[in-house]
Structure formats: structure tokens, C-alpha cells
Ligand binder design. Sequence first.
Ligand code: S3P
Length: 432
Amino acid sequence: MDTLNNAASLCVTGAGPARGSLRVPGDKSVSHRALLLSALARGTSTITGLSLGQDVTHTRRAVERFGVNVTVAGDGTVRVAGPVRHEPDDVLDHGNAGTGIRLTAGVCAGIDGFSVLTGDQYLRRRPMERVAEPLRAMGAAVDGRDGGRLAPLVIRGGNLTGITYAPREASAQVKSALLLAGLSARGTTTVEEVHPTRRHTEEMLEQFGGRVSVDGARVSVEAGELTATDVVVPGDPSQAAFWAVAALLADEAEVTVEGLYTGFGRSDFVQILQRMGADIDFDLTTGTLSVRSSRLRAVEITAGDVPGIVDEVPVLAMAAAVAEGTTVISGAAELRAKESDRIASTTRMLNAFGVSASETEDGMVIEGGARLRAARVDSHGDHRIAMAAAVAGACAAEGDTVIEGWDSVATSYPGFARQLMELTGAGVAPGA
Ligand code: S3P
């Protein structure tokens, strides 16, 4: 099955309804934080259900460079023996992972030592000033290409002082970098968000014995030691969103995804799909998502919706393509700073399937009611574009859909192609 994970391109031959029950990989956001907090904590932490995607593997290797021993048992249980022993002994390569590099930058700022952080060609184009600027304000020396705005980043950390900082963008990554740096800063470190974002760092800091307080969109942390604990990583709701939309692209489909994270800020796509008329239910006590074929209508997505669905827009756009009416997305300029420029790459993906969609400065306009035709899609190195296209190819477009840059999917969801085949009966093979 590795051939499907690492294929440069994938050919998906549809089209049929998605039917069945499945589990998705461990939550990627939780996985990065579980590794980093375990590395900072005194004692041995145990992590079960860690994401096996490349993004998280890069964070695991980074943690080892700090002298932290990480072992993986045969059943997948990961043991991390903290705390961090020294500055990283080599360059930290974060691959494609924005969360990995930004959160680790916060850890590096808190360490009395020298760190270099880099990543792949896509990550090196993404904005790093959003973390560099506040970390400098706390007392770290942060430099990089383009005046310190782009990776590779060089950080000389230690001797930090807590600050109160209001990031310009709603970003859990920026918030988390500052909270992690704040663990070793004098006084209190406070982040005031423009819009509350996912709270994994806050939740997990508490679990590791950190002194953290949340008051709406204002989060503070005090310096202090963390204590090892056991973390169970729940399923990733952002990955479940692909299967939810799969169930909405064809008649007679029904999909159940079990064991998902149910906390704040990660399941807003469910409400968006409900607004579109989808027959979808998310049980917050069990973390089970159930979706059945539905007639969808267009939706208006505005700035307030966006922080809760930053990662789901490409696949929600696919749902909008088959919905009745015109969907307008605005206030989503942050999407241009993701693994790809997701306003451009999502629009191009829709166009390739024969959907009439156009970019605006901070969003897109999607004409619904499309009958999708098989397409050749460029993922632009973005796993979420690749998976959204694969779902459309399997469930709604007759013929052969070829997705170039399929190997990006291994960053977050090895095994996606196999599950797609099982769930939809679509033909899936390395593409030409
Ligand atoms: C993440 C935060 C989001 C999201 C990313 C994961 C996190 O990024 O897009 O996939 O784990 O904190 P931003 O903080 O840039 O919005």
C-alpha cells in the first residue's frame, strides 16, 4: 500500500457512493503538542494514537535532537522521556509542517541555546514573522531569510520575559508558540486572540500540570515545570471532513466516523454543512460523526466562520460545487498562507472538475449545481487539495481523475487512498 501513499500522482476512477464506517488518523494538532509537551515535561510520558503522518514524524525527530529519548513500541505506543536536555544538536527539519516549525520555534525561544529550523520548499515560503516578532519581544534573538520573515530560522533563546500580545491573525500556531515560550519566561505571558482558535495547547498544558488560564479569547500562562503524563490522541476531525463530504457528493451514501476529538474549535464544518442542509450529526459524547446523502444548498461563509474551518475549506468548496445556488466565501485571506495558497488552489481544483468558481481577494465565489467531470488536478503540494480532489473523483466525477502531487497526502493521512477505495469502491492506482 506504500505505493499508493508515496505515488507522485494518483488516478482515481469513480464514481460511486461512499458507504461504511471508519476511523481516521490521530489528530495532527494534538499529536504535535503531545510530543512537544512530553519533551518539556519531567519524566516519561506515554502517547497512544499518535498521527503517523510525516508532519508529526518531523516533530518527533526534532524532539530527539534536544536529547529527549523517544521510543515506539510494537503496538504504536510512544514513550517520551523528558525534559529537554540541551539545545538541538543539528538543524531541525520540519518538512511541510507549519504547526511543527512554529510551535517548536516557541520551544527553542525558551531554551538557553542556539537552534536552526527549516522545512521543505513550501514551508520555506510561509510567513514566520508572525511568531518571530513576538518571540523577539519576549527577548529571543530570531533571524531568518528576508529579514527574519522566512525559514530557515535561527533562534538564540533563553532569558525571556512574559508579554501580552495580540496576534494580527487568528492563529492557534502563533498562540501556542507564545504559550510554550512562556513556560520559561519571567512573569505572565498572555495572548489576546482576535477570534478564539483551537485550544489544544491550553488543554494539554493543564493536563501536564502547567499554570494556564483561559478567559474567552484571552489566554495566559505562568512559568513552571511540566510533569509527564499519558496522552490519548483522538481521531482528527479535519480528516473526517473529507468523509463527511464524500457522503454528500452522491446519492445513497452513508458514512460514520468514530472516535473523533470533540473539544472546542474543530467541528465547525459540521455546522456549515448543516447550514447547507446536510443530514449530518456529531455526537459530542462519543465523538461519532454520521452523514447521509442530502440535497445541499449554497451557503455564505464570512470572516467569523473562517478560523473554525481553516483546514476544511477545500473540501467544503467541493460540497458547494454540487449544492444548489452560489456559495460566497469571504474574510478568508489567511487561506493564502497555508500549505498552498488555498484560495487559488481550491478555485483551480474546482475549475478542473468543470465547476465555475472564481477567486476574490479574501475568498471565492462558487457556482453550485455542477455536474463534475473527471479532472487532472495539481495539489500544489497541499495534502488537503489532493484529498478533496480524490473524494470528488471517487464519488462524483465519472472517468479517471488524476491528482498530481499526491505524495503530499503522506504528510497527514497515510492510508487515505486505501480507505477511499474501501469506502467507495473507486479504482485507485498510481497515476500517469
Ligand atoms: C493548527 C492551526 C491552524 C491550522 C493547522 C493546525 C494548529 O493554523 O490551519 O492545520 O495545530 O495549531 P493557523 O494557526 O496558522 O491558523
